[in-house]
Design a protein around this ligand. Structure first.
Ligand code: SAM
Length: 223
């Protein structure tokens, strides 16, 4: 029987790939990738010629049995996503759960993910925290925010730039205008920056400088 290895890949800066990630991607029988074009470029950059196959939100249910049979027949597969750690606001969970249920060995390498640098960089307590990923787009969004309003641990959200102003406005309603937060943009990239302040201050900053690129919001817990 083969195994499944989860391999984090850079979230911007290619220098963040680990030596082990390269070794694993070179030695496995197949690499499962969210987008074979994006990952094809990554593998090419590191001169890795392992075959790639797509594994994404739209086929993850359908290909599950095939992949499990392949591993049972002896192949070792690596799973990567477009950026960061698979399974973190990215596909992975279904395959991992299925492999565990089938008695297949699953290993996850440590490596890049956006939430950890954003959290540590926020300067808010990082001994206990809550990762919320993306808020529900419409239905359930207000309820979720309401449930989080009195959460005392540091909160981490992923958000897209075109929804940031709306989200910060909703934060004022649920967390109050004075709650402290940070927005980390373009982590590991050339224009990386962290904006710090109260919700009202950060909102006013982004009203003047429309947000671009990828970002993580970190909110101080309720006191
Ligand atoms: N699997 C990834 C991880 O481990 O962080 C997350 C994938 S999720 C589809 C993409 C979201 O992650 C973005 O919308 C943004 O919130 C966050 N993100 C990814 N790369 C980032 C970066 N370089 N800087 C800031 N946020 C980033």
């Amino acid at each position: 029987v083969g195994s499944l290895i989860i391999v984090p890949t850079p979230i911007g800066n290619l220098g963040d790939i680990t030596l082990r990630a390269l070794e694993v991607l070179k030695s496995v029988d197949l690499v499962l990738a969210e987008d074979t074009r994006t990952s094809g470029n990554l593998l090419k950059h590191f001169q890795i010629s392992t075959p790639l196959r797509s594994y994404h939100m739209h086929n993850e249910h359908r290909v599950l049995d095939q992949l499990v049979s392949r591993i049972k027949a002896g192949d070792t597969l690596a799973l990567i996503s477009d950026a960061g750690t698979p399974g973190i606001s990215d596909p992975g969970f279904l395959l991992i759960r299925e492999c565990i249920q089938e008695g297949i060995s699953v290993t996850c390498l440590p490596g890049p993910t956006a939430l950890i640098p954003a959290l540590v960089n926020s300067g808010f307590p990082s001994d206990r925290f809550v990762f919320e990923g993306f808020l529900p787009p419409k239905k359930g969004r207000q309820t979720r925010l309401q449930l989080l309003a009195k959460e005392s641990r540091t909160l981490i959200f992923y958000e897209s730039p075109h929804k940031l102003l709306r989200t910060l406005t909703q934060f004022i309603a649920h967390f109050g205008a004075e709650r402290q937060l940070t927005v980390s943009r373009e982590l590991t990239k050339i224009y990386e920056e962290t904006i710090r302040g109260s919700v009202a201050e950060v909102l006013s900053h982004f009203e003047k400088h429309p947000p671009k690129g990828e970002l993580v919001i970190v909110v101080e817990g309720f006191k």
